[in-house]
Design a protein. Structure first.
Length: 89
């Protein structure tokens, strides 16, 4: 459905990948598989994804927390808000 890499600055980019599945993957209640990532200096510092068995969640640095998926539009909006709010330690 979507596969984009957007360069934000010389040292950072975002990668947005979303697939539509024929049925929900294990751990998710919707029919999408996704990976939305912010990469800075070749290190993924922020990622929203839904690995099979883990369900919807987000990673920020070393911390992983659950994510309440509702719609693709909300997912993408939440990701961009997190990108805007991200600051290096």
């Amino acid at each position: 459905m979507l596969r984009e890499r957007l360069v934000l600055a010389e040292d950072r980019f975002v990668e947005l990948v979303i697939w539509q599945l024929p049925k929900p993957s294990r751990g998710s209640s919707h029919g999408f598989k996704y990976r939305l990532a912010l990469v800075v200096d070749e290190v993924c510092v922020l990622r929203f994804d839904n690995e099979a068995g883990k369900g919807d969640h987000r990673h920020e640095r070393e911390k992983q927390t659950g994510y309440a998926f509702s719609t693709l539009e909300k997912l993408i909006s939440d990701f961009w808000q997190a990108v805007e709010a991200w600051r290096p330690e």
